[in-house]
Design a protein around this ligand. Sequence first.
Ligand SMILES: O=C(O)C(=O)C[C@]1(C(=O)O)C=C[C@@H](O)C=C1
Length: 284
Amino acid sequence: MKVGYLGPKATFTEIAVRRVFSGFEHIPFQTIPGCMDAVVEQEVDFAVVPLENALEGSVNITLDYLTQEVDLPIIGEITLPIKQHLMVHPSNASDWHQVSKVYSHSHAIAQCHKFLHTQLKGVPFESVSSTAAAAKMVMETPEANIAAIANELAAEEYGLSIVRRNIHDFDYNHTRFVVLAKEQTELKGLSGSAHHKTTLMVTLPSDQAGALHQVLSAFAWRRINLSKIESRPMKTGIGNYFFIIDLEMNLDEVLIPGAMAELEALGCGVKLLGSYPSVMVEMS
Ligand SMILES: O=C(O)C(=O)C[C@]1(C(=O)O)C=C[C@@H](O)C=C1
């Protein structure tokens, strides 16, 4: 079985994959949409993509592609602690204060803003497709004194020297990754999990006063706990939004179907994006 992830080797996404998919073939893709398309085209059986970071919020490309471009159920969730380090080519290790540019994934740069602002003030930064892509670039360009923000595995994989550890601005830095498949499948690596979630996509009827309030009441009076509600533009006009709602429970036969039917009766569009086990894993 094959699992696709945002590559190259040694991204945080690959670490999440390693924790859950032992015995699978791990295949790197350059982009998040590329990973999802590979599941649609049955090039891989599963894809693991980042969805939300505790400091930076949602990974919009994942949410948008998942809700608007592909029809793949979420079959699992993996939460990983994120530790960001500053790394340079070993030949530049003693001059790291003079780096001319810092490269990383946009989320990683955002997680380290305070560090960059205070320790490398004025040094430009540039986002690339992943933290590991930045590390690889630094390894391939020894003549330039540039740095990457990436994880420990990337430093090992690409032979870089870590010059500052744990440069993320807040200690509690975790990212949620989702596992996608062509159809609902039970994953062995997650089957022991006691924690389950269900994710819905809800569109509101247009111009109806109190519609969001009514949507929330359908969950509230059933005592269904929500862990996240997020609005994203429908890309059809200013002010047109849909909602992604995470419920802290497994899809049952009564409560969630009842809430979904109530929302439909209110004129909402409702789509089940997945009902899945959720696990928290460690960095190593
Ligand atoms: O670039 C990586 O290493 C990734 O796996 C992507 C990603 C993200 O999209 O947020 C994952 C975890 C970290 O929050 C930083 C980057």
